[in-house]
Design a protein around this ligand. Structure first.
Ligand SMILES: Cc1ncc(COP(=O)(O)O)c(C=O)c1O
Length: 400
């Protein structure tokens, strides 16, 4: 656990980060898998285990199985990220690609486990898995007994349920426990209100670790009894949190791992008073998604400026235009110089240039300098489209 840097807007908060992204396999998931497998009787253990997963649970079970020297079969949907499939195989698991989504993969895995009489390792709705994930909570309170609040992401709820048991036992009744979900998977708040499992439409979020259609029955019971609060953030807020973690804390967090920081930056309720611990639950971010997160973060922080202008079609004009940016310390990222652009006269060219700037203030200063010097410049809005889920190879018609 480390003390967090002073994130914008949270300067006065005593914030700590529990770095599960640094675990072997890149997430906390090996805790529950190890505990579940450690409690299997020897004769069951020898037959090996089966699990279904979209990614992190797969790697956790594969790791735990290898540690115990038993055969592991993981069923992943045909749409699973190739990187996560490769990572699971590299841990020695037999990976079967079956079904077009997690639910179908799970059905197949359950049938396989029954047919071969092998133990199925659930992803969250299981007391041993929950207890294993709960060691995150034990460690937090051991490291910081004065913890006033713990905030973590919720998919099926196994992680936060385990943490809640530990935190209530060691941290007392006043400790706040906050579960964060992406707006596209808002299943915790209605379930806490209704007091029963609520299933939402197939989730669309780039935080794939939290893209579970419902909080499990046992996790929900525990979360309810522990008086856990449900907070919601949108994908853009999660992406900005990933960006800030990377830039300011040097921490690579996937969407599920940065959702708690996104919650603190955009709280659904009053911010806790006293030391807060955010669980950075995983760091397995697809590089193509990381690319979009960086782009979005730069746009959200006002660090990119796109300008459009019309120049006279004469040698040296572009040079003079760019010299202004250079003098003001703005670096060129992209440039388009279009002689055939619509709306220009026969002696003009349209130039669109994207510049790296220090922030909104620097951008304003640069615009002032251009306009004061008589250049007709306009800004072009930058659209940061994050998409709603990691890129997949499936055709649009098979998407759920
Ligand atoms: C990185 C990460 N964080 C959080 C979660 C959510 O855990 P749970 O399903 O136990 O709520 C997951 C689940 O896959 C995950 O991979």
């Amino acid at each position: 656990m480390i003390r967090a840097p002073r994130f914008p807007g949270l300067e006065s908060v005593e914030l700590y980060l529990k770095l599960e992204n640094l675990q072997w396999t890149g997430s906390f998931k090996l805790r529950g898998a190890l505990n579940c497998i450690a409690h299997l009787p020897d004769d069951r253990l020898r037959r090996g285990v089966v699990a279904a997963s979209a990614g992190n649970h797969a790697q956790g079970v594969a790791y735990a199985g290898r540690a115990k020297g038993i055969p592991v079969t993981i069923v992943m949907a045909r749409t699973a990220s190739p990187l996560k499939v490769a990572a699971t195989r590299s841990l020695g698991a037999n990976v079967i690609l079956e079904g077009s989504n997690y639910d179908e993969a799970k059905e197949f895995a359950l049938a396989l486990a029954r047919r071969e009489d092998r133990a199925f390792i659930p992803a969250f709705d299981d007391p041993m898995v929950i207890a294993g994930q709960g060691t995150v909570g034990l460690e937090i309170l051991e490291a910081l007994p004065t913890t006033a609040a713990i905030i973590g992401g919720v998919g099926g709820g196994g992680l936060l349920a385990g943490v809640a048991v530990a935190a209530r036992a060691l941290g007392g009744p006043k400790l706040r426990i906050i579960g964060v979900q992406p707006a596209g998977v808002d299943s915790l708040r209605p379930a806490l209100e209704a007091g029963r499992v609520v299933t939402v439409a197939p989730p669309r979020t780039f935080a794939d670790g939290l893209a579970t259609r419902e909080v499990g029955r046992l996790p929900l019971e525990i979360l309810k009894a522990a008086r856990v609060e449900g907070w919601v953030v949108d994908d853009m807020e999660i992406a900005r949190a990933s960006f800030l973690l990377l830039e300011q804390a040097k921490i690579l967090a996937e969407g599920a791992g940065s959702a708690p920081l996104a919650g603190l930056l955009n709280p659904s309720g009053p911010l806790p008073e006293g030391p807060i611990v955010a669980i950075i639950s995983g760091g397995n971010l697809d590089p193509f998604v990381l690319d979009r997160v960086l782009w979005y973060g730069l746009v959200a922080e006002g660090r990119l400026l796109r300008l459009r202008t019309l120049l006279r079609d004469r040698p040296g004009q572009l040079n003079s235009f760019l010299e202004v940016a250079a003098r003001e310390g703005a670096n060129v990222r992209q440039i388009h110089h279009e002689r055939e652009a619509p709306g220009r006269g026969p002696t003009e060219v349209r130039v669109e240039v994207e510049l790296e700037v220090e922030g909104p203030e620097h951008a304003r200063r640069l615009l002032d300098v251009y306009r004061t010097a008589g250049w007709g410049v306009e800004t072009v809005p930058l659209v940061a489209d994050l998409g709603t889920e990691p890129p997949r190879a499936e055709p649009p018609s098979s998407r759920k």
